[in-house]
Each structure stands twice: as C-alpha cells, then as structure tokens.
Design a protein around this ligand. Structure first.
Ligand SMILES: *Cc1c(COP(=O)(O)O)cnc(C)c1O
Length: 448
C-alpha cells in the first residue's frame, strides 16, 4: 500500500490557493470543453486518499471514475510498470509483439464469464473497445444494426456518441451521428410505471418487441448493454431483463455484448457484473479498472467471433502498450492477493446500511441502489412523483467537496450521487466519508 497517510485533512479552503493558481493557468491553455468535477490539482494519491497541491487530503469516493480500483499507486502496479518502462516503452504489437500483451489476454480469458475458448484484442480507451466490439460483431454476423438502451453510456467518439443516450453534455452539437443504431427501453425499476416487480419482464418484452417490429432480428449484429448502467445513473436492470435479452440474442444469432468498462474487475463484488444473473456474454468490453490507472482496454469473447475480422482489420499504434499491460498484470495480481471481490462486498454492506438509514431520515433520497463499491443514491423533490432533484444533487456534491470528500454525480436527470471508492479504502475512511455526506444532508435547507 501507499505511504500517504490515510486520513482526511483540510489545511486550506477547497480548492486552495495553489490549485486556484494552477486553475488560472489551465484556463488560459486547456480547452474549455474539457471540464473538471472539482478543480483541486492532484499531488499524489493512494489507498482511499487524494492529496492536492495545497496539502489537503480528500477521501476519494470517485477512483478517477472507477479506474483506481486497486488504489492510484498500488505497489504491484508501480513495480511492474516501472520495470517495463526500463526495458522498453513501445514496439507496437502490430510490428513486433511482446509477452505482456499475451499474458493480459490469458488473464482475460480466465477471468471473464464462461469457460468457452476466448480471445481478446487490446486498445487504449473504453470507447475504442466498444467501437471494436461493433466492428467484430458486424464482421461475424454480416449484419449492420446495433441495439442499445435508454440511459446507456458507451463513450465520446463518433460511433460511441451515437450509442450513448444522453444529449447534454455528450452529444449536443457534435452530430451527425453514425447510422444503424437503435435504442430500446431498459428495465429501470425505480422509474418503471407499473413498479419494480413487473419491470424485468415488461421491459424485456417491450425491448424485444421493438427490435422485432422496428429493426428485424435478422438485421441486428449486436445488442450492447452495461450490466449495471454507469453514467446513466447506476441502474441495475431489474432481474430477468438481461437473461431475456441474452436468450433473444442467442436465438437470433445476435452478438450479445456486455459493456463492463465501469462494472468490471471486482467493482460490483464479482469479477464481472454479468455473473450476477449467470450471464455469459458473447463479447465483453473492459477498460477503467483493468490497469490501475494506465490506459488499457479490451474486447474479449468467443474465439470464433473474435477471429471473424480479417488480419490487420483490428489494432492501433498504442493498443496494448507494454507499460499498460504490465500495470494490468499488477492490478490483477493485487485484486487476487487482497481478495478485492470480498472487499467490494464489504463496502456494499457498510454503504447500503448507512445510506438506507439516511434515506429513512431524509426524504430527498428516493432510492439507494447499486452493488459492491458501485453504489448510488437518487435524489427527488417528492417521493410520490419522483421528480428528479438535480439542484440538490449538485449542492450536496459541492458540500461534500468543501469538507474533503470527493464524490461524483451521474444520471440522465443529473440527480444521482454515485460512490466509487477504491476497493482498498480503509473502513474508517469509508465511514468518515459517509459521515461527511450525512452532515451535508442534515445541513440542506428544510432537511427533514
Ligand atoms: C467510461 C465508459 C466508457 C468509455 O470509456 P473511455 O475510456 O472513457 O473511452 C464506455 N462504456 C462505459 C460503460 C463506461 O463507463
């Protein structure tokens, strides 16, 4: 673990003077379209703490958006990446290969759901992995249509913007978008008109009916879904929904793609969130948690599907960079050694317990949900109408930031506060972070 003291410490306002100075420099030269949740400039980070350039130590409930699952300076990641840096930084796997790439693909074959023969291809970012999953599915099926869901998030490149549901901030003004993308309902239990009990069956029937009537199953190359939706609001599709769609895909020769970029690698208390309902996706996309913070992404799937693209049809200059592969092997080693699957479950137990108690006290919390260390609260103006409350969500996040707790928001309606701590966070820090949140809730005007 890291040498950074695992304690919250505020020595200036947040952001402090040094961060404000850097923010001014940044505003002169960094494009305005690249925004930051909290403009405190990082100095070092590890375990459950992010230390800024003013010496403030924030409790990290964000993990750089579900990336630093093993912490931001995990010993095995640093050791392996450093050794690799000294040996060579790059050859390009498409020019001369190296062992680390192969070893990461071996680990992916072993860890992802299902015991069929699997192959992988490595890339730099999640969006690139999703794009390549579409290329592979189209090559295999010789079909074009791609089905995605309400509240989906798959990235910011042209194709993945089209796959993503939400206009602002991801798509507005950036069109035209890629064609042959079709969106169908997802089983969002909390907001399903007839209630969460009926949601899985009704939503899957609606989605399948729309695919059949509006596209034609025989035209669909891929169905792509996040087994727990991330940016769209930490929505766990109601039980039965994912298996029904996977069955439909299987019956019609459609490639079923689980986008596990946010939910994968121990985050939800299993190696992959697909395992929760015993799903065996044809393809799985991974990134974020895979390499302890270095840029790496993968598509992993059935060997025959992965082999459908012609030689040199897949790749990229940096895809599967040797330093990123070394870091991934260090991250996976850490996940196994520290049993981070069990850690994620323990985090869920603590968080859900505390958040459920808060929801009994504060009516603004409409729903507490998520799995493992991917937990959220959805905030509403009124529990009856469930009218979203993005203003209070933003105010709560700001209040937490000011007290040294880094939290993120998400959701189609901007009314979800999400918690993604590193899985190596200590229980005392986790509880202290929840104390900060509870104080912020209590301080809301008219808190009941
Ligand atoms: C973050 C994310 C992506 C995009 O990954 P990038 O590395 O930002 O391109 C795609 N899908 C899901 C589910 C994500 O959470």
């Amino acid at each position: 673990m890291t040498a950074i003291p695992q304690e919250r410490r505020l020595v200036t306002a947040v952001p402090g003077p040094r961060s404000l100075e850097l923010q001014a420099r940044r505003e002169a030269v960094v494009a305005a379209g690249v925004a930051s949740t909290l403009p405190v400039f990082a100095a070092r980070a590890g375990g459950g703490i992010l230390e800024d350039v003013d010496g403030n130590r924030l409790i990290d409930f964000g993990s750089g958006i579900a990336v630093t699952t093993v912490g931001a300076s995990a010993e095995a990641v640093v050791r392996r990446a450093t050794a690799q840096l000294a040996d060579f930084t790059h050859t390009c796997f498409m020019v001369t290969p190296y062992e680390g790439y192969v070893e990461v693909c071996e680990k992916l074959a072993e860890l992802t759901p299902g015991d069929h023969a699997k192959k992988s291809a490595l890339f730099n970012s999640g969006a690139e992995a999703v794009e390549n999953a579409v290329k592979i599915a189209r090559s295999w099926t010789k079909r074009q249509a791609v089905v995605v869901f309400d509240h989906a998030y798959h990235g910011r490149t042209n194709l993945t913007m089209a796959l993503t549901a939400k206009n602002m901030p991801y798509k507005n003004g950036f069109g035209p978008f890629a064609p042959e993308i079709y969106r169908v309902p997802v089983a969002y239990g909390y907001r399903w008109p007839t209630g969460p009990e009926n949601c899985g069956a009704e939503a899957s029937a609606q989605a399948i009916d729309q695919i059949t009537k509006q596209i034609g199953a025989e035209n669909v190359a891929a169905i792509i879904i996040e087994p727990v939706l991330g940016e769209g609001g930490f929505i766990e599709p109601a039980k039965g929904f994912l298996p029904a769609l996977a069955r439909f895909a299987k019956d019609h020769g459609i490639v079923f793609v689980a986008d596990e970029i946010q939910s994968g690698f121990c985050r939800t208390g299993q190696w992959f969130a697909s395992e929760d309902e015993g799903l065996v996706p044809d393809l799985v996309t991974t990134a974020k948690g895979i390499a302890g913070g270095l840029p790496l992404a993968a598509v992993t799937g059935r060997a025959e599907i992965m082999d459908a693209a012609h030689a040199s049809g897949l790749g990229g200059t940096y895809g599967g960079n040797p330093v990123a592969c070394a870091a991934a092997l260090g991250a996976i080693e850490t996940m196994r050694e520290l049993d981070l699957v069990a850690r994620a479950r323990r985090i869920e137990e603590i968080m859900k317990g505390r958040l459920s108690a808060m929801s009994e006290k504060y009516d603004v919390i409409g729903d507490v949900r998520g799995r493992g260390a991917m937990i959220a609260i959805e905030l509403v103006k009124d529990r009856g109408t469930k009218e979203p409350d993005p203003a209070t969500t933003g105010a709560l996040a700001k209040a937490c930031h000011a007290e040294g707790l880094l939290v993120l928001t998400c959701g189609t309606y901007g009314n979800v506060l999400r918690f993604l701590p590193p899985l190596v966070i200590g229980e005392d820090l986790l509880n202290e972070g929840l104390d900060v949140l509870e104080s912020a809730l209590a301080a809301l005007p008219g808190a009941s």
